[in-house]
Ligand binder design. Structure first.
Ligand SMILES: [Zn+2]
Length: 178
């Protein structure tokens, strides 16, 4: 098991416990002393995604990656963020220990993670995946994100607002004085 910090493959188990029919191990790297967690589980023979039209399709990580990459295109994300996101989702899917997952549940997992990562990528993915009925729904989603102000993107937006507002007020006063 490689250390995620330094890549050393020497680690010792400092804690081990049974969780949801698997084993969770807390490890310490013998190279850099960092601690990390591993999970060991029996993998289902294969995992199927149930589509909206009830067709079953074998889970395909490449397909998942393509969808996420498209949403994240040209966004200023840290290197490897997209692959990590797909890895996390794959791990979560297998941790659920089910043989099937609904495509809607899978889509929600992706959306939740993209929301934490990048608002624009999230909106792009959601607009394709969720099939927003009309532009009002999409706008509502954007407004919710901006008012939540959870990412650097919305921080940037918010810092612009006071300047814009004061400009409008000043302009209005001048006009009234004339
Ligand atoms: Zn290490």
């Amino acid at each position: 098991m490689r250390c995620p910090y330094c890549g050393s493959d020497n680690s010792r188990v400092v804690d081990s416990r049974d969780v949801n029919n698997g084993v969770r191990r807390r490890r310490q790297c013998l190279g850099c002393s960092s601690r990390f967690t591993t999970y060991e589980r029996v993998m289902p023979a294969s995992l199927f995604v149930i589509k909206k039209d009830r067709r079953r399709e074998e889970f395909n990580k490449e397909k998942l990656l393509t969808g996420i990459r498209k949403a994240c295109e040209k966004r200023p994300l840290p290197a490897g963020a997209v692959d990590r996101l797909a890895d996390d989702i794959e791990a979560e899917l297998y941790q659920m220990g089910k043989a099937e997952v609904a495509s809607t549940a899978l889509g929600d997992m992706v959306m939740n993670k993209l929301k934490e990562l990048d608002n624009i990528a999230y909106i792009r993915f959601a607009s394709v995946y969720r099939d927003f009925a009309d532009i009002t729904d999409l706008k509502q989603e954007v407004d919710t994100l901006v008012s939540a102000g959870t990412s650097s993107y919305s921080d940037g937006q918010l810092s612009l607002l006071p300047e814009e507002r004061s400009g409008v007020v000043a302009g209005g006063r001048r006009r009234r004085q004339r």
